[in-house]
Design a protein around this ligand. Structure first.
Ligand SMILES: Cc1cc2nc3c(=O)[nH]c(=O)nc-3n(C[C@H](O)[C@H](O)[C@H](O)COP(=O)(O)O)c2cc1C
Length: 299
């Protein structure tokens, strides 16, 4: 978890001067969906524990900021209720894939019917990580996480899943090139480079450090996103320079939710968008597409 944040500090921006940045925009598209800036809200379970308005407020805050919210399978609200909270806004559904195939098929059909635009399959939770802070505080989740995942799944099952939905499929939780190659061979549309915000296997690479090898392995066969440790607009620009199409934020959005519901989420995302816009202009980039590898150097 600490490494996710520290990794951003090991890179420096290499800004270009005397570039026309009179018309800058942070807007971009992710798997064909327009967003006002390259930051999405990561899937997070049980948001009702952070604020009484839970996923409803998260959906409304993300909508107000003009970006995509990714709803967790482990939502406090049904996926239909979360969709109704911000009907016009783009939303993705994150799938935890349990042992019952009928239930998986049902969830996919419901997500499609409720207007979710993509399925994000989280694959880094065959078992729940040992979260020592939770053990110390005695925190228990409303539903046991281990009940919602099938730890016998393999790449072959992903092909089955691909055939069950017409929606684009992203796979979340990839950290190495070998798996990125298998994911593209399985026909996924997107890959989220992620170590689950440091909540699963301890001692792995920071997400940002894993990003370059995944980007190189995938080429243009899928869009690559990254999450973990994004706290600042400059972090977003660094991730773009290493080849990410966009980033997801978990805790930043969740803390906004905890403080002030939908308004708190909107505020956090707006701060991030303003920081991205400023960082782009100061780097000499008129848009996210102008950010290239040479905008980044090692400390
Ligand atoms: C409280 C909490 C709950 C989470 N629940 C889920 C979840 O249900 N599904 C999932 O794929 N990832 C889950 N994650 C991981 C996030 O999607 C994301 O990978 C991570 O938070 C990114 O790191 P960051 O918090 O530093 O931005 C959760 C993270 C947190 C902090």
């Amino acid at each position: 978890m600490r490494e996710n944040v520290a990794a951003f500090g090991r890179w420096v921006l290499r800004p270009r001067m005397l570039v026309d940045v009179s018309q800058t925009t942070a807007a971009t598209s992710v798997l064909g969906t327009e967003v006002t800036f390259p930051v999405l809200v990561a899937p997070m379970a049980f948001q009702g524990l952070a604020h009484a308005d839970g996923e409803r407020a998260m959906a409304q805050g993300a909508a107000a900021a003009g970006t995509i919210m990714c709803l967790s399978t482990l939502s406090t609200l049904s996926l239909e209720e979360a969709a109704e909270a911000a009907p016009a806004a783009p939303r993705w559904f994150q799938l935890y894939w349990g042992p019952d195939r009928g239930k998986v098929r049902d969830l996919l059909a419901r997500a499609e019917a409720a207007g979710y635009l993509a399925i994000v399959v989280t694959v880094d939770l065959p078992e729940v990580g040992r979260r020592e802070r939770d053990l110390r505080t005695g925190f228990v989740t409303p539903t046991s996480l281990s009940q919602v995942t099938d730890n016998s799944l393999t790449w072959r099952d992903l092909e089955w899943l691909r055939a069950q939905t017409a929606l684009p499929v992203l796979i979340k939780g990839i950290l190495i090139a070998e798996d990125a190659v298998l994911a593209t061979e399985a026909g996924v549309d997107g890959i989220v480079v992620s170590n689950h915000g440091g909540r699963q296997l301890d001692g792995v690479a920071a997400s940002l450090d894993a990003l370059p090898e995944v980007v190189e392995a995938v080429g243009d066969r899928a869009e690559v996103l990254v999450d973990g440790g994004v706290r600042r607009g400059t972090d977003v620009v660094k991730a773009l320079a290493l080849g990410a199409k966009a980033v997801l934020v978990g805790r930043a959005a969740l803390y906004g939710l905890a403080v002030d519901g939908a308004a708190g989420v909107e505020r956090v995302l707006t701060l991030l968008r303003e920081e991205v816009e400023l960082a782009l202009a100061l780097c000499g980039c008129a848009s996210p597409a102008d950010v290239v590898r040479s905008h980044l150097g090692r400390v």
